[in-house]
Design a protein around this ligand. Structure first.
Ligand code: MOS
Length: 706
């Protein structure tokens, strides 16, 4: 049997998707005549509902129910000691308004249009309180959280940072700010709940169905066994579907009350109000070096916004911890409480905003030293983790940079800003390093060999557009020694063996390792005799990283190097990306095609975050002003030219038995900084307040002869 793992096999679910037969959460048309719920959001940012009159809405055509905090069933409280993804999500649970757009009612009607029309007839009276909406104005109220996300330490302090930084021969002390950003998956957040006696079937767009089930059960005060969560196809999540949101809880509450299926789909505009978002950050980077470029001090201080409804402390300053051999180090996090939606995971939480600051600061240090930024990075490449002393499992960062430089033609980089012109464009090259922590979380899978010679693989993992169906089939077919056509993959149901779902770039490695272990166990069983009529089944599992000695002993990460070439219009300062290359080392790759797609998608997000995306707050109300995809800019095809991603041949035997590490977010780790550094190389203007827009570049645009 030819090797299947790694092959660029087309997605086995592709034909279903392009022919419309893949059923997304709102598309389970086999459920007859569901009712439609529409969420009514608060029109103030902070205060209290003093009166709510639902009479007009209840009398509107087709309306079956209007649920408010006055008639919503009692719900379980959120327990902050529980995972953010599995804890209760009480909704319509009281009169307080804690951010603009927070649900104040759900209108349920026979059609979507009736529900939406009647939603306008709910009369709410508020007592408006003064809200905290201005991040910059409240920086003096910052406090340090006890821990940051993923259980990581808020602070790391090694050696004497202050002393060595203040005495360093060459220093960079720069503050960067990153804006509010949203995940915006193509498929909006959607849920349909079908009651059957005391049981609920929940069709929901979810990244982690097991956690969704726990969260729904805790909120609705139900036995988990009575809830089935089904999510066979997910049109993107990017972190925003790791946990559940209001549409899920409200659909479930309404379906249970009405004893009828209820579907609730968010509008694109509601995504700006009903989800969490990437926290705004301000990040101070301090680097100290000797005149020959050896870093002696590295400091990264991150302050971000937070809504105390649910603390979210993104591990942004941890992205500097495995990087650069500076012996004196200080990385810290602070939060500023605001009355805006809570922080939530958005596309490579931690590294995406964190590396933007770290890798721009390293570029600034290279400029100050008059050194090539690749040579500066290589000179400061650590031999072991610079903070923990752990040996690296398999670090290929230098190889990524050297291979990338060769392929990209780095030697053609303009030696000075504003020195290379191509027509109206001033051309610049930028590089940034990328690193992404490898997570391993408990996951299970079963595989059943059936008498007809086909194998059925089951796990509750989801396919969020990543290619999960395909890579699971590849691993199972190769391990069992059967053609891939004889493997059937069933995923995305809470009835199947529980895992950690799709997120944190851990879905593929967790699930495929569990599937591999199940297949190996099955092979042992099959050696003992023929397949009985009911088939032979075996289970495989993978342990949590905190129970795996390799993850204690070694520093295990994926690596990348990003190269960008931009043009900046010499008269208008318009920035165009001209080409981009990422070279990555992430252990063994399950499928060269789906992995590359993940990586170029991540790089595109990097471009997007540094040149386009920014949600703006209306200072009086805390509402997001540009709350649609016309005003909240995302790159379109014309903004993204030829991007390429190259994966180095690699096998990390410390990561897991398959030698694989995650790629989902790696492409988005450092890509933004490569673009920012290219803009500087093009015109010599260093923008530290992202995104980089024309009005921030124009004042510094060099005046050139025409
Ligand atoms: Mo990811 S932002 O953990 O889905």
């Amino acid at each position: 049997m030819a090797a299947l793992i790694g092959q660029p096999i087309d997605r086995i679910d592709g034909p279903l998707k392009v022919s419309g037969r893949a059923t997304y959460a709102a598309e389970h048309w086999n459920v007859a005549e569901p009712l439609y719920g529409h969420i009514v959001g608060a029109t103030i940012g902070k205060g209290r509902i003093t009166a709510i009159d639902t009479t007009r809405a209840e009398q509107a055509t087709g309306v079956r129910m209007v649920m408010t905090h006055r008639n919503a069933p009692a719900q379980g409280a959120a327990d902050p000691s529980e995972s953010a993804y599995s804890r209760a999500y009480p909704t319509l649970s009281g009169p307080d308004v804690r951010h603009y757009g927070e649900p104040v009612a759900l209108v349920v009607a026979s059609t979507f249009e009736q529900a939406r029309a009647a939603a306008n007839l709910v009369d709410v009276t508020y007592a408006n309180a003064s809200g905290r909406f201005d991040f910059a104005a409240r920086l003096n109220h910052a406090y340090a959280p006890k821990k940051v996300n993923a259980g990581l330490a808020t602070e790391s302090a090694i050696g004497d940072f202050d002393g060595t930084f203040s005495g360093a021969e060459v220093t960079v002390d720069a503050t960067y700010t990153t804006p509010y950003q949203f995940s915006h998956p193509m498929e909006p957040h959607a849920c349909m709940v079908v009651p059957d006696g005391e049981d609920l079937t929940v069709y929901v767009s979810s990244q982690i169905v097991g956690d969704a089930r726990t969260a729904i059960a805790s909120t609705l005060k139900m036995d988990e066994e009575r809830i089935l969560v089904v999510s066979p196809y997910v049109g993107g999540g990017f972190g925003s579907k790791l946990g559940i949101h209001a549409e899920t809880i409200l659909a479930a509450l309404a379906a249970r009350e009405l004893k009828h299926p209820v579907k609730v789909v968010m509008t694109r505009q509601q995504i700006f109000q009903l989800l969490g978002l990437r926290a705004m950050t301000t990040q101070r980077m301090r680097l100290g070096a000797t005149r020959d470029g050896r870093m002696v001090a590295l400091g990264h201080d991150v302050t971000m916004h937070n809504n105390p409804i649910a603390q979210y402390a993104e591990q942004t300053a941890t992205s500097a911890r495995p990087m650069y051999a500076a012996p004196n180090r200080l990385t810290r996090h602070w939060l500023v409480d605001l009355d805006l939606p809570r922080g939530e995971d958005v596309r490579a939480p931690g590294e995406a905003p964190g590396l933007l600051a770290v890798e721009c600061a390293v570029d600034e240090l290279a400029t100050a030293l008059n050194m090539d930024p690749i040579e500066l990075r290589i000179l400061n490449e650590p031999k072991a983790h610079p903070e923990t002393g752990q040996p690296f499992s398999d670090r290929r960062l230098v190889e990524c940079m050297r291979e990338g430089a060769r392929r990209f033609g780095w030697e053609r980089r303009p030696a000075r800003p504003a020195s290379v012109r191509d027509g109206r464009w001033l051309v610049g090259y930028g590089i940034a390093a990328g690193v992404r922590m490898q997570f391993q979380l408990p996951s299970k899978a079963t595989v059943r060999m059936r008498p007809d010679g086909t194998a059925l693989v089951r796990s509750d993992i989801t396919d969020i557009g990543t290619g999960t169906y395909t890579i699971v089939a590849q691993v199972a077919a190769e391990t069992l020694g059967i053609p891939i056509e004889r493997v059937k993959v069933e995923i995305g149901s809470s009835d199947y063996p529980r895992g950690a779902g799709s997120g944190g770039s851990f879905g593929a490695t967790n699930t495929c390792t569990a599937v591999y272990n199940a297949c190996m166990a099955l092979r042992e069983k099959l050696k003992k005799g023929s397949v009985p009529a009911e088939g032979v089944e075996a289970e495989g599992a993978i342990a949590a990283m905190w129970k795996d000695p390799n993850y204690e002993k070694y520093s295990i990460h994926g690596y990348g190097a990003h190269f960008a070439e931009v043009g900046v219009d010499a008269d208008t300062a318009e920035v165009r990306l001209r080409r981009m290359l990422g070279v990555f080392a992430a252990g063994r790759i399950f499928n060269a095609k789906t992995a590359r797609s993940q990586l170029i998608g991540g790089m595109t997000f990097g471009v997007s975050s540094v040149l386009h995306e920014e949600a703006l707050v209306e200072p009086g109300s805390g509402a997001f002003l540009n709350h649609d995809l016309a005003g909240y800019l995302l790159p379109v095809h014309a903004d993204i030219p030829a991007i390429d991603a190259v994966l180095l041949e690699n096998f990390d035997d410390k990561a897991n038995v398959l030698g694989a590490k995650g790629v989902g977010e790696l492409g988005n780790c450092g890509a933004n900084a490569a673009v920012a550094n290219a803009v500087f190389n093009a015109i010599g203007v260093r923008v530290r307040d992202f995104p980089i827009t024309i009005e921030k570049l124009l004042p510094g645009l060099p005046l050139l002869d025409a």
